[in-house]
Design a protein around this ligand. Structure first.
Ligand code: PGA
Length: 250
């Protein structure tokens, strides 16, 4: 039985003080929650949020990191810096990183391996664009991104990997994949893990859905056989929206 994993991606929102206030509300609201929960503020708010969630049942996430540990990389943030702050997991290959900032499968794979080598969990994001979906390529795109993202990752390391399926056309648009359509791609993703590793690895892999998840659709999406949680953007910025998603009943 896979444990539900709900993550909030705060993107480029909230100052350190605002982030701390939201983290405090979530910590109080989720004290009795049995699901795995993570919040990912921007880099500048990591430290203030870390001071709130430390020792609680909320994990701390970062939204990106560099492909290397240190060096002449102006504007980048190292895995070592994240670890030192107390970050537990890193969101990697988010579609905004892929499509706005030109991150390639190779770069994302480097980051996944580096995060794991340093003991952090990785949330590997995959998902097709609207063009790719309309030309019938959704399944092959997700399969390719999953294979490329996990290249060189051992089966033993997979317990620190979560995959997030986020159709690009559903992110921040209010459009959601139907639960059946989403489940179908989750199944393809799980089958890809099976062909890369084993049936056991595929059974254990937690695969989140992301893209306009709201309190109204969360339970239905996460109730699907292959959907094990959610990566939530917009609705993770307000406690009264994120709390009911995080506390949904499967
Ligand atoms: P959204 O974002 O929930 O605002 O659609 C999801 C994401 O980008 O992770």
């Amino acid at each position: 039985m896979r444990r539900s994993f709900i993550a909030g991606n705060w993107k480029m929102h909230k100052t350190p003080a605002e982030a701390k206030a939201l983290a405090e509300e979530l910590k109080a609201g989720l004290a009795g929650c049995g699901h795995k929960i993570l919040i990912a503020p921007s880099f500048t708010a990591l430290e203030s949020v870390a001071s709130v969630v430390k020792g609680s049942n909320i994990l701390l996430g970062a939204q990106n990191m560099a492909t290397v540990e240190q060096g002449a990389h102006t504007g980048e943030t190292s895995v070592l810096m994240l670890k030192a702050i107390g970050v537990d997991a890193v969101i990697l290959g988010h579609s905004e990183r892929r499509h706005v900032y030109g991150e390639t499968d190779e770069m994302i794979n480097e980051k996944v391996k580096l995060a794991l080598a340093n003991g952090l969990e990785a949330i590997l994001c995959v998902g097709e664009t609207l063009d790719e979906r309309e030309s019938g390529k959704a399944e092959s795109v997700v399969k390719t991104q999953t294979e490329a993202g996990l290249k060189g990752v051992s089966e033993a390391e997979l317990d620190k990997v979560t995959i997030a399926y986020e159709p690009v056309w559903a992110i921040g648009t209010g459009k959601t994949a139907t639960p059946d359509d989403a489940d179908q791609i989750h199944k393809v993703t799980r089958d890809t893990v099976k062909s890369l590793y084993s049936e056991d690895a595929a059974e254990k892999m937690v695969i989140q859905y992301g893209g306009s998840v709201k309190p109204e659709n969360a339970a239905q999406l996460m109730g699907m056989e292959n959907i094990d949680g959610a990566l939530v953007g917009g609705a993770s910025l307000k406690a009264d929206l994120f709390l009911p998603i995080a506390e949904y009943d499967k």
